[in-house]
Design a protein around this ligand. Structure first.
Ligand code: BGC
Length: 433
């Protein structure tokens, strides 16, 4: 909260008072053009992400809305959020921004987001959307973002052609993975695609934490931020697993997630732990989930859906674009857009009422699991479903330092994580359901 006030204090007065916040677009052809433009700041820059964004832009064009692109490269969105902060502080906020989970809450608490209650009511979002999705959109009883798709994080992808060619059985347990890795190595194939980019390391780690701790304890750690929960031996085991997994990758350094996917698709690496945006990217490379690659849960997390939900928030500014922003929000939540977009993106629809039988097997699996009331659904920390931006980044740095320092023991990393959690203090913002 203090940080938010600090941010507000830094803002140009005009912004707080609702003066125009977006720099005028360079010489619009005519008034109508500028009225229908919506600048969208996001981090979808891979081929599939781009195609999914283009799909939305094309549907918007049919409604007379122009998507003016503001893509900021950088998987996981760290750089994009920095740019959003910077632009907003300079009075140049975009009209629309990719803001997920806790980041949405932070921006809504500062009073910067347009409330979309009338759209949600008109389109009966509380009836058609999953309750967990609605919970992400609601801040202080107001809908403050429009949902796009639900990603699953705890996926293990196996390149079927490689396993078939080498006659190695598809592994489902950690022991099976270890022997498969040995066989792959013996055949000259690097077992694992892994990147040292901080957010990617931490994304793998949070799946391993879930795997070792199980959903109940994981919730105590990530949702409730209970420092005691971080004393559990599962944390040390998760760090050890991270080290082992990274050791199976041949140490390729910091690489964008798209190059891991490309390596995996080409069969240079046989296994990959990644959020299912990777499945979208594999699709653009001609690979189909279920047919060309197996999508399993990371061992130990079968039946658990570790989710992150992509949402677009509308920056209120001086409310001059409210009608267009509402029109866009309405479109994003529609059944047709949901199917078209998610098919490309690798995520699954946020609505309960769309037929998903045309999506690939992996998507159907993710959707059914998320839809099942008996499923344990747990939030992704790294993808903003549980911690605010600063706490999330501190978590990522702690995990990343461990990964890059072979001298740091898993027990020492656990102590650092405990220390971090104690220092961050209890959760102050609204809990995820
Ligand atoms: C976003 C995805 C995106 C991925 C890789 C995640 O944080 O939710 O939409 O594809 O990062 O950039």
């Amino acid at each position: 909260m203090t940080r938010m006030f600090a941010l507000l204090a830094l803002m140009p007065l005009g912004l707080i008072a609702g003066a125009p916040v977006w720099a005028a677009p360079a010489a619009p052809a005519n008034a109508a053009d500028s009225a229908t433009e919506l600048n969208v700041l996001h981090w979808w820059t891979s081929t599939s992400e781009r195609a999914a964004a283009d799909h939305v832009a094309a549907r918007m064009a049919e409604l007379g809305l122009r998507w003016v692109d503001g893509a900021v490269a950088g998987g996981g969105g760290g750089p994009a959020i920095k740019v959003l902060n910077e632009r907003t502080l300079r009075g140049m906020a975009p009209k629309v921004a990719q803001l997920n989970g806790q980041a949405t809450i932070e921006w809504a608490e500062m009073g910067l987001l347009l409330e979309l209650d009338s759209v949600a009511k008109r389109r009966q979002w509380s009836r058609t959307m999953f309750p967990q999705v609605m919970a992400q959109l609601n801040v202080r009883e107001h809908v403050v973002a429009a949902p796009l798709g639900i990603h699953r994080i705890n996926n293990l992808y196996l390149n079927k052609a490689v396993f078939r060619r080498l006659k190695i059985e598809l592994p489902t347990s950690w022991a099976g993975l270890a022997s498969a890795a040995a066989a792959l190595r013996a055949a000259g194939v690097t077992p694992v695609a892994f990147s040292d980019e901080p957010w990617q390391v931490a994304t793998v780690f949070e799946t391993l934490l879930l795997s070792e701790a199980g959903p109940a304890l994981y919730r105590r750690m990530v949702e409730q931020r209970d420092p005691q929960a971080f004393n559990d031996p599962s944390v040390e085991r998760a760090f050890q697993r991270l080290r082992d997994w990274r050791n199976l990758s041949g140490g390729a350094g910091e690489r964008p997630w798209t190059s891991l996917v490309a390596d995996f698709a080409a069969g240079h690496k046989a296994m990959l732990i990644m959020g299912d945006w990777a499945r979208g990217e594999l699709g653009t490379l001609g690979l189909e989930g279920g047919r060309d690659f197996a999508c399993q849960a990371v061992p130990g997390s079968a039946g658990v859906h570790q989710f992150s939900i992509d949402t677009l928030a509308m920056l209120a500014g001086n409310y001059s674009a409210q009608a267009e922003q509402e029109k866009m929000a309405e479109l994003l939540g529609s059944a047709t857009l949901q199917l078209g977009y998610n098919r490309i993106k690798g995520s699954v629809p946020v609505r309960r009422d769309v037929p998903v039988d045309e999506l690939d097997l992996c998507a159907q699996q993710s959707y059914q699991l998320f839809a099942n009331p008996a499923t344990a659904r747990v939030p992704s920390l790294v993808h903003r479903m549980a911690f605010d931006e600063v706490g999330k980044n501190a978590f990522i740095e702690t995990v990343h330092r461990f990964a890059l320092d072979p001298k740091q023991t898993p027990a020492a990393a656990q102590r650092k994580l405990q220390g971090l959690l104690r220092a961050l203090g209890p959760k102050s913002v609204k809990p995820t359901p």
